[in-house]
Ligand binder design. Structure first.
Ligand SMILES: [Fe+2]
Ligand SMILES: [Fe+2]
Length: 189
């Protein structure tokens, strides 16, 4: 599957999940849906940071400032997700964070779909985009297997607590990624 179609599908999915949480009105259901959102969004951000953004900069160096903006938006989204997870859906500050996250993601997705993904389409042949799509799919499947293995063996938790693996995933990676790249580049000079 073309990597661009795959990423766009993900975008629609997380926006739908956010609006379902906002409309729900039932904190138990909101908690369950936000668990799904956290998984989907952290996985999507990791795929872009590891496999898509580096390719974009490699193919068009002028995109670097925009990619750095995108990394900061991912960072803020992860901060909001971690806070939502910590507070729980019944907290009065949970929904305002969901609304802020939706606004942030709408801006972010608009930038990706109007600038970054078209650039990927322009600079990467169809076959390479399909191959990259397959790599993203494989990454997605691995993450699902890891989550299944980490899931506690108990029925219907009162309020689902984050697993150690997910806590790890929520830790903002953007700054680290950017620093790592800069260091590598300095070495090459
Ligand atoms: Fe993104
Ligand atoms: Fe995205």
């Amino acid at each position: 599957m073309d990597v661009i179609d795959l990423l766009k599908q993900d975008h629609q999915k997380v926006l739908d999940e956010l609006s379902a949480i906002e409309k729900s009105g039932d904190s138990r259901e909101m908690g369950r849906m936000s668990e799904q959102l956290i998984n989907d969004l952290t996985r999507h951000a990791a795929m872009e940071e590891e496999l898509v953004y580096p390719v974009l900069i490699e193919r068009d160096g002028e995109l670097e400032p925009k990619v750095m903006d995108a990394l900061e938006q991912h960072h803020l989204a992860k901060v909001l997700l971690a806070e939502m997870d910590e507070l729980g859906a019944s907290h009065a500050r949970f929904l305002p964070k969901v609304r802020l996250l939706r606004e942030l993601l709408q801006t972010h997705i608009q930038m990706e779909e109007s600038l970054l993904l078209p650039k990927l389409a322009e600079t990467m042949p169809d076959a390479d985009r399909d191959r990259l799509g397959e790599r993203l799919r494989a990454m997605e499947e691995k993450a699902m297997i890891r989550r299944e293995r980490a899931r506690p063996k108990r029925a219907a938790p009162k309020r689902a607590r984050p697993t150690a693996g997910r806590k790890q995933a929520l830790r903002p990676q953007a700054a680290k990624t950017a620093r790592g790249r800069k260091t590598t580049r300095r070495k090459g000079r």
